[in-house]
Ligand binder design. Structure first.
Ligand SMILES: O=C(O)CCC(=O)C(=O)O
Length: 300
């Protein structure tokens, strides 16, 4: 299955990423999502559930850095209706050649116009997919605006999914918010040869699908626009499992963030945190998702 995944990326994009030819969400869905973001960041959680990470609070956090909320689907039914959408899930599963698909994590991103809003080079695999067997998944970066190099659209080190892997870290020294001064210094540690950087332009509602091992990051938002917004869904294959661990502790070796989702002695992923949002076998789809989001957004 993993081989098929890589082949599908090789066929569609040897670069490790591709922009969807059509939008995944329409204009009115973009409007609803945009409207929900200030409510989310302001801590007004319609579902009464906190998100798993909340990296920006108005009046408390720095105003000029990139803002991120992770697993906002738990807190906002509006965001959930995109992240847990069966339509998006089916589209991505078919693109990847998967029989079923789970949500690994979402990220809601707001990038303000500023000189310090860059996102450091990283591979999603190091934070997310390295925890799983068969979890060499993909990220779907859905733009709520037109994203360009000027407003800090996502940049890729072309083909870097094939480069050697860096030693796995537990995320505490995350490159995500590091804002390195030499933009390519970190990449040079792993690049076998010349580095080619691409910043695909993405229209509102379209998405970039990228392989979890491709290095990516983004520059400052230097545009006149106030904010560049995106909703990112990190997907894993439906039947992926936790890596076996020597540890007798419930969180095994999963460490920071992901350690909290693991149950002692189990390799199965809990659907409470990693819901199955589409499967060829409908009986496998996580039951409560439809109760929570109804039909879900997307592909209309
Ligand atoms: O939106 C961005 O600038 C970067 C997002 C990203 O790298 C991610 O979600 O993994």
């Amino acid at each position: 299955m993993l081989r098929r995944t890589l082949q599908s990326f090789k066929g569609v994009a040897a670069s490790g990423f591709t922009v969807t030819p059509t939008p995944l969400i329409n204009h009115s869905e973009i409007g609803l999502l945009k409207k929900s973001l200030p409510t989310l960041y302001g801590g007004d959680f319609a579902s009464k559930q906190y998100p798993d990470e909340w990296h920006y609070r108005p009046g408390f956090s720095k105003e000029d850095v990139t803002r991120e909320v992770c697993n906002a689907w738990k807190s906002s039914p509006t965001i959930a209706s995109l992240v847990l959408s069966p339509h998006i899930a089916e589209y991505v599963a078919k693109f990847m050649g998967w029989r079923s698909i789970r949500v690994g994590q979402d990220d809601v991103i707001q990038k303000p116009r500023s000189e310090v809003s860059n996102v450091g080079w990283h591979r999603d695999y190091s934070y997310i997919n390295s925890n799983f067997v068969g979890g060499d998944g993909c990220t779907v970066w859905i733009s709520l605006d037109r994203a360009t190099e000027e407003n800090g659209g996502v940049k890729y080190a072309v083909g870097s999914q094939e480069w050697p892997m860096e030693p796995l870290r537990d995320g505490v020294d995350s490159a995500f918010m590091s804002g390195a001064s030499d933009p390519l210094a970190y990449l040079r540690r792993y690049a076998p040869e010349d580095i080619e950087i691409a910043c695909p332009e993405v229209d509102p509602g379209h998405a970039i699908i990228h392989q979890s091992k491709v290095f990516h990051g983004s520059s400052n938002n230097g545009s006149a626009d106030n904010m560049r917004e995106a909703i990112v869904v990190h997907f894993v294959e439906g039947d992926c499992q936790w890596k076996e661990t020597e540890s007798s502790l419930p969180w095994g070796d999963a460490g920071y963030i992901y350690g909290r989702y693991r149950r002692a002695g189990e390799v199965e992923l809990a659907e409470d945190h990693f819901p199955i949002t589409w499967s060829e076998n409908e009986a496998e789809i996580t039951g409560w998702v439809k109760d929570y989001i109804g039909n879900g957004m997307g592909m209309k």
